[in-house]
Design a protein around this ligand. Structure first.
Ligand code: SAH
Ligand code: MG
Length: 198
């Protein structure tokens, strides 16, 4: 794993931060998650970490960048996890899956979080969870004084739109955990809660 972490650092590939991935692993163990869908494979770091928890875990992960996809495939082989991790090389916007997953982990283009959430919630099991990474954007979301470029400003706006979307979602309830670059954890509201609010 150290090798992949170093490769990512040298090549500016934004893999999950250590405390973030460790939290995710604990979450998977605690909730007995078996089937995972990940949007944003990069070079396979997080999917390898998750699939390594135990042999029953199955990960489907989507990466649109061909070069990163190839590196991911090779890393997954090195870790002997080809039977547990399936990588799809395609823009996730164009991927249509029928299966249901216990956990959907969104870690791709920040501007597409709402789209991915709405699209892939159809693939979420009843009691499943959607976790999204990078809701802090290195602190820029909380402290706009840190914003230096127009590009950063645009990204912060998109993340804030996503947070607004989550906070006002009638179907899902979301909590935020300040690990790594901050993650959101969204679960379906219990049915009775939905009924009583209508
Ligand atoms: N989850 C990885 C890091 C993912 S980095 C880890 O922690 O190890 C985000 C990745 O999402 C990038 O490699 C980028 O190419 C990919 N990505 C961005 N937009 C995408 C899209 N629309 N469809 C599929 N992959 C996308
Ligand atoms: Mg991330």
């Amino acid at each position: 794993m150290i090798e992949i972490e170093m490769f990512a650092r040298e090549n500016n590939i934004p893999i999950m931060q250590k405390d973030g991935i460790l939290y995710l692993i604990e979450y998977i163990k605690r909730n007995n998650v078996k089937k995972i869908l990940e949007i944003g494979t990069a070079i396979g770091y997080s999917s390898i970490m998750m699939a390594s928890i135990n042999k029953e875990i199955r990960v489907t992960t989507i990466e649109k960048d061909k070069e990163r996809y190839n590196i991911a495939i090779s890393n997954i082989k090195k870790h002997n996890l080809d039977d547990q991790i399936k990588v799809i090389c395609k823009d996730a916007c164009e991927v249509n899956l029928k299966e249901k997953f216990d956990l959907i982990f969104i870690d791709a283009a920040k501007g597409k979080n709402i789209l991915f959430f709405n699209k892939f919630k159809e693939n979420l099991s009843k009691e499943g969870t959607i976790i999204t990474d990078n809701l802090s954007f290195h602190g820029l979301v909380e402290d706009s004084n840190l914003i230096k470029t127009k590009n950063q400003k645009g990204i912060v706006k998109k993340i804030k739109d996503y947070i607004y979307f989550l906070d006002n979602n009638i179907e899902f309830v979301t909590k935020y955990v300040k690990v790594g670059d901050t993650i959101s954890i969204s679960r379906r509201r219990p049915n009775d809660e939905l009924n009583s609010s209508s």
